[in-house]
Design a protein around this ligand. Sequence first.
Ligand SMILES: [Zn+2]
Ligand SMILES: [Zn+2]
Length: 311
Amino acid sequence: MLKWILRIGGGLVVVIGLLFWWLLLSSSNASKTAPGVFDLADWREKAQAPISSLPIGIEVIEVGRDTAPPFAAQAGRFGAPVEMSYNAVEIQYPNSSIIIGGAIDRPTAEEMRLTAQNWRFDDGAYQTLTERMLSANQVLMTHEHLDHVMAIVRHPEPAILAPNLVLNAPQIDALPLFALDALDPALSQIVPELTGETQPIAPGVVIVPAAGHTPGSQNVFISLQNGEEILLIGDTVWNMGAIEALKTRPVLTQYMVFRPNYEDRAAVKDQVRALHDIMAANPDLLVLAAHDRAWLTQAADAGRISFLPAN
Ligand SMILES: [Zn+2]
Ligand SMILES: [Zn+2]
């Protein structure tokens, strides 16, 4: 009898150990090399414009925040929870602007709440974002996920917003998934304004397709008047520590968080490697992951970006 208990117990330990390994640690190393995945020289060339026509800065408009378990945000990371920011980015010119990201609305933020203590949603900031989308020349998103599209899909003035939208085909295809009822007719008629190739959309702003996290994922390269270069990478990683450690999110997050479960892990592994190598070779390039609140705060404290924290 004891022998059987030991055998079953030992078997369970092995199964739990394998499950732990598979869900939290496996298949999460960045590629060894990723030649040709990203081309900073090409972005710089496409971003070129007379200095006076370049953007003067970016402002991160945070509508909500929370903390996440470290092992869910980055494979093999344990210890303190990771600070998560939900935001959109305004690229500012002297007399105009571009908004990147639809952020998250209150009902969705409440559904996604992870902690009682650290969760916040700022209705005033959300309203500021929806207003700034209407005064912006263009409104884009990094990718078609529920925490990056809501102020677009559920915007209070869809007919006024629609002409400002500059989206790619997979992003447009995904919009109906996020509508409260049916997608507003003004939004259901928009056509892709992005080609799916690396392209400038305004002086100093280049869209870099980066399918992987989602089919419509893209990076945004920004060249400012003061010479600062910024790269928005959306959700390629949730925290910048993953790039430093050359890790992706774990399999657990892929199956529990992303629905439908279409993250292309191989592509993300290549992108993490490519970003790692670009950052190593260009230490002045400011790379920003959408949700990494500690990193955003640090960039704001260093005076490199403006950051409006959610109250
Ligand atoms: Zn996200
Ligand atoms: Zn995402």
